[in-house]
Write a protein that binds this ligand. Structure first.
Ligand SMILES: NC(=O)NC(NC(N)=O)C(=O)[O-]
Ligand SMILES: [Zn+2]
Ligand SMILES: [Zn+2]
Length: 503
């Protein structure tokens, strides 16, 4: 027996060295740092498609200690041998990480709905390198310095991507300038308010005078006011009869007509004009979240922009992917506010986005526990309003957008450059020398079906309206400040995202 062991010893040694090289030497399998799946922090990423503000190039991006330190075109790169570590992605696309300016992670207080760890893991797996957490659905709402502190405590050491925070503008703080001053000084990136009930009792809606107060305080800090722009008008056209079955999506659609959005946007534009006493450049920037109405609401925004108002607008992938006609009876996964409208509206939203009338995209990831989505009962009037989408927003934008001829540069503009500008983060939003190495890598032509076989990190994947859809665009890797935080089904072992506070 001994004799036999001696004879196979060289074979065992060979196997051991193979295992060493396969598992240890390939840095992506094992790591020395907990924050990154890479054991080094100076490296080059090479690819035939790197999306920069000056176009798509073939070449290399040099990353050192979290910063992009050089970008080299292929013709200047070849033949140069003094390189360090190289990660070659060949035909895969290298893009600036997505910045999602509108996500509800519901932590602290309702972490069973999502939470910072699952939400930011899902974000990283979807190419998102920074998200801004909404001030509501968590408990307490982020409406004061004290409640912001609770947010920061909940997020610290629990986030896999960078996270910033919007503060809430609510009746309780709107007339208290020192409270708003304190909240803004503590670092929220801007304020968010609702012109209709928010769906959650602890975040009440604001009226015109609250909004005016908010705008005037925000102007001093040069930070934006984000508004859920719907005003409840008489919904007399909804009656409890057979034709208005709450399991029919059309019943819900009738309860929130486009006129609600139009009325809110009209009022908002007037209010913000009133605060621009010294001219269009004065006053706070206004940002309309999740626009759904591509008709009169959009027209009002276009006119305001043309007259020089400081206003931007976002829409969300669910308004671009789905239409009311396709939503099945009882499928409350699709309930959100403002609602998903008809196919013609969807086409017009794409046109507005492509023509630059809609500035950017956001997820409005607003999940809850499956019980509150009432999936069995299928009652559109009672179910929680909010779409769960965070991990899928990029492949969704690409899958539906490619039919409209969407370019890589447009994707970067809608998901990175313009969001970075809205939140005042000059060091983020594009692949340029001196900026944070917030980057993701993806394969445009890899198709997949969203089902349980995939690694999905959201807490409640079942409630997502996207489950069961076929998509293209597979995210391979995500780097946050140079740390490889996600690679094909695996995250870094520690959550090292940064809390981003306005200065
Ligand atoms: N409480 C919410 O999360 N509301 C959200 N709900 C949606 N969009 O259906 C939102 O952003 O208004
Ligand atoms: Zn909203
Ligand atoms: Zn929202």
């Amino acid at each position: 027996m001994d004799h036999f062991l001696w004879r196979i010893l060289p074979l065992l040694a060979l196997l051991a060295s193979f295992l060493y090289f396969y598992y240890v030497h390939d840095s992506s399998k094992f790591s020395t740092s907990d924050c990154s799946l890479l054991p080094y922090n100076h490296y080059w990423i090479t690819s035939k498609g790197i999306v920069t503000p000056r176009g798509v190039i073939s070449g290399a991006v040099e990353v050192k200690e979290g910063i992009i330190v050089s970008i080299v075109k292929e013709e200047d790169w070849q033949g140069n041998s003094k390189r360090g570590q190289i990660i070659d992605y060949d035909e895969a696309v290298i893009m600036p990480g997505l910045i999602d300016v509108h996500a509800h992670l519901d932590d602290p207080g309702r972490a069973e709905w999502e939470g910072f760890p699952s939400g930011t893991k899902a974000a990283a797996a979807g190419g998102i390198t920074m998200l801004i957490d909404m001030p509501l659905n968590s408990f307490p709402s982020t409406v004061s310095v004290e409640t912001l502190r609770l947010k920061l405590e909940a997020a610290e050491k629990s986030i896999y991507v960078d996270v910033g925070f919007w503060g809430g503008l609510v009746p309780e703080n709107a007339f208290n300038a020192s409270s708003l001053d304190a909240l803004l000084s503590a670092g929220v990136l801007g304020l968010k308010s609702f012109m209709c009930p928010s769906g959650i009792n602890d975040f009440p809606m604001t009226n015109a005078s609250h909004i005016k107060e908010g705008l005037s305080v925000l102007a001093k800090y040069r930070r934006p006011l984000l508004v859920h722009a719907e005003i409840q008008l008489d919904s007399a056209n909804y009656l409890e009869d057979d034709a208005n079955d709450p399991r029919h999506y059309s019943t819900y659609l009738k309860t929130r007509p486009p006129a609600w959005e139009e009325a809110a946007i009209r009022e908002l534009l007037t209010l913000s004009k009133d605060t621009r006493i010294g001219g269009p450049a004065e006053g706070a920037h206004l940002h309309v979240v999740h626009l759904s109405d591509s008709g009169s609401s959009l027209q009002l925004l276009k006119e305001a922009k043309r007259s020089g108002d400081s206003v931007t607008v976002e829409t969300c992938p669910h308004y671009l992917a789905f239409s009311a006609e396709e939503i099945q009876d009882g499928d409350t996964r699709f309930k959100c506010a403002p609602p998903i409208r008809d196919a013609a509206n969807k086409e017009a939203l794409w046109k507005a986005l492509l023509e630059g009338d809609i500035d950017m995209l956001s997820s409005d990831h607003s999940p809850t526990v499956p019980e509150l989505k009432l999936l069995n009962e299928g009652n559109f009037l009672k179910a929680w309003g909010g779409i769960s989408s965070l991990q899928f927003v990029f492949p969704v934008t690409w899958s539906y957008g490619r039919n409209y001829g969407v370019t890589l540069e447009q994707l970067a503009l809608w998901w990175s450059e313009r969001p970075a500008k809205l939140i005042g983060q000059d060091s983020k939003g594009s692949i340029e020398v001196g900026k944070h190495a917030d980057i993701f890598v993806w394969e445009p032509n890899t198709d997949f079906e969203l089902n349980d076989d995939l690694p999905i990190y959201l807490k409640h994947p079942r409630i997502s309206a996207y489950m069961g859809t076929k998509l293209s665009g597979k995210v391979l890797a995500t780097f946050v400040r140079g740390n490889l935080v996600y690679k094909e089904g695996k995250h870094a072992s520690a959550a090292c995202g940064s809390l981003i506070l306005a200065k």
